[in-house]
Design a protein around this ligand. Structure first.
Ligand code: SF4
Length: 232
């Protein structure tokens, strides 16, 4: 039984079928997809995901070897001097805020979870500096658990494809949950994010070569594809 969208409505069979067709095409484009972040355990993935805000995964991968060599466990990072962490992660940007977040989330993990990342969305989001997006990335990537992370790419692409009409990340998450079977949730975000990077760019979407053109409701798609809209 499908769940409800953020506004309480239930998608009908046609809407769910349309969503499935979109996902099938994305699966064809990206049969296997994983995060590009390097990590060896859930805590490292959580820390790396927090640091990936506003920068590329490659930039994060450049600093994490030194970070995790200096602080191999949550206990080590929980006791770190913030200035020292800032110096290591400086090149990822927003380094003060990120250093504070990864120290504080490690302190919370040590104090309340014996250093283990809880495998639960609501519990993970009680850690300081960890929001639904970060927690969903970790759950889906680490364990393949049903979770949908909504970032700026998911927000844009889902709206252009008519999968949601909301701007609010949590509402978008619930709209997508309602449209797709639970067993597919873990594989949605990474594919949509990569599609947003590769094809459906914010400013220069490649509508002319987009395999989802027929599903797209974004008015600018015809100009970008050089096509003439059907007369209404
Ligand atoms: S047609 Fe253009 S705007 Fe629509 S989903 Fe494809 S790339 Fe994005």
């Amino acid at each position: 039984m499908p769940g409800a969208r953020a506004d309480g409505s239930i998608p009908d069979a046609a809407e769910r079928g349309r969503a499935r067709s979109i996902l099938n095409r994305l699966k064809r484009r990206y049969p296997e997809i994983r995060t590009a972040l390097d990590y060896e355990n859930p805590w490292q993935l959580l820390v790396a995901t927090v640091m990936s805000a506003q920068t590329t995964d490659e930039n994060v991968n450049r600093v994490t070897p030194r970070l995790f060599a200096r602080y191999p466990t949550p206990w080590d990072l929980a006791e770190a001097r913030q200035e020292e962490v800032e110096e290591i992660i400086f090149s990822t940007g927003f380094y003060r805020q990120k250093a504070r977040s990864i120290i504080e989330l490690s302190q919370d993990l040590v104090a309340r979870y014996d250093g283990e990342v809880p495998r639960d969305l609501e519990e993970m989001t009680t850690l300081r500096g960890v929001g639904r997006k970060t927690a969903s990335v970790v759950l889906a990537e680490m364990w393949g658990d049903p979770a949908i992370a909504v970032d700026t790419h998911v927000k844009r692409v889902a709206n252009r494809l008519g999968l949601t009409s909301s701007d609010d990340p949590t509402k978008i998450e619930f709209d997508l949950r309602a449209l797709f079977p639970k067993k597919e949730w873990a594989g949605i975000s990474m594919r949509v994010i990569q599609f947003g990077r590769d094809v459906c760019d914010a400013r220069r979407p490649l509508c002319g070569e987009c395999e989802l053109f027929e599903f797209c409701i974004w008015p600018g798609r015809y100009d970008r594809a050089g096509r003439v809209p059907p007369s209404s």
